[in-house]
Design a protein around this ligand. Structure first.
Ligand code: FPP
Ligand code: MG
Length: 330
């Protein structure tokens, strides 16, 4: 099965009606999915594990179509965690082979990605993957990077704690090479060093299979997401479970928005306070009020310039990784 439908599958009037009803409420812009339960599904249906994972991929393709139909413009999926490397060699090989086949297929069907205008990001420690898979992934990312209608983030060789440690290392390096001051480090800046720096946080996070934990997935980014734990195994996830998850999001939307907004205000306040303290440390406490305001504004402007330069440095290092892989292939 392809990642994206070649043509729209026929939706019944019931589906269209449900979509219209749901669209009268807030629709999440970004959903994240922990696609759990493939092996239990395989066992239940007396299939090989490999077939269970294949059914899992098919369900992903189906879900992407439901998302596009509902106007959800970003989807992030947990396709392979760093922890998954601890599974048996046979299963790891099978999951990597599935990824190989699906990324190769994606490249064969270039026109489908361009038709749906979907930009694909692959997030994780890609250097842990076999070289040929890294190259396929780099080609898929490069091929779709100018598409703007929707974004699909595939988390592969990913865990959240690893992502956060890498971000902290980037910040430490920024200070060490003199691009940043220690006091420039903030929650907002750390967030911009995560693999997900191009995306807004997910509005809704769905986990299937009845497990009610996050398993090291988007721990930072899901602080203000609505969580939906669905009892069915991932390959059994139906459009009705999907609609129910959207309804669950809508019921919780207002409460989450207000918490999000107050967190935003707190962060702005913390940043102003930190800029003020830095100015005070640099010039002493002898300034009058009007002088102090101008200095804090100037300090904030300089800080922003440092931060922008640092982020360009981080970005160019990441792009270089993909460019090098693509170059060696051409
Ligand atoms: C969790 O179920 C699922 C995975 C570890 C793999 C998910 C991968 C796919 C759905 C295919 C995606 C592939 C690409 C290329 C995007 P599990 O194995 O933990 O099953 P269990 O919970 O029943 O043990
Ligand atoms: Mg599992």
């Amino acid at each position: 099965m392809s990642w994206f439908p070649e043509r729209q599958t026929n939706r019944t009037w019931v589906h269209r009606f449900c979509e219209r009803v749901l669209k009268s409420g807030p629709i999440p812009k970004h959903i994240a999915i922990i696609m759990d339960g493939n092996r239990r599904f395989a066992k239940k249906k007396s299939m090989d594990r490999a077939e269970g994972h294949l059914k899992g991929f098919d369900k992903l393709a189906e879900t992407l179509e439901w998302c596009l139909n509902l106007g959800i413009t970003e989807v992030t999926v947990y396709a392979f965690s760093i922890e998954n490397f601890k599974r048996s060699k046979e299963e790891v090989d099978c999951l990597l082979e599935l990824a190989r086949q699906k990324f190769a297929r994606l490249l064969e069907e270039k026109e489908l990605i361009q038709k749906h205008e979907v930009c694909i990001h692959v997030l994780g420690n890609l250097s842990m993957l076999p070289r040929d898979l890294q190259e396929l992934v780099a080609d898929a990312v490069n091929l779709s990077k100018h598409n703007t209608r929707a974004v699909l983030n595939v988390c592969f060789a990913y865990t959240s704690r690893h992502e956060i440690s890498i971000a902290i290392r980037e910040l430490a390096e920024g200070v060490q090479v003199g691009l940043l001051k220690e006091s420039d480090i903030s929650e907002e800046l750390l967030e911009k060093c995560l693999y997900t720096n191009k995306s807004a946080d997910p509005d809704l996070l769905i986990r299937t299979s009845g497990e009610v934990r996050l398993s090291d997935f988007l721990l930072w980014q899901s602080s203000f997401s609505v969580l939906a734990f669905v009892k069915v195994l991932w390959p059994e996830f139906s459009i009705w479970h999907f609609y129910a998850s959207i309804l669950h999001y809508q019921k919780n939307h207002d409460a989450v928005q207000s918490v999000k907004q107050s967190n935003r205000m707190n962060l702005d306040h913390q940043q102003r306070e930190s800029d003020y303290q830095c100015v005070m440390r640099e010039v002493g406490r002898t300034l009058d009020h009007s002088n102090c305001q101008t200095l804090v504004q100037q300090y904030a402007k300089d800080r922003q310039e440092r931060v922008n330069k640092f982020l360009q440095y981080v970005d160019s290092k990441r792009n270089q990784f993909f460019d090098d892989l693509a170059e060696k292939r051409s």
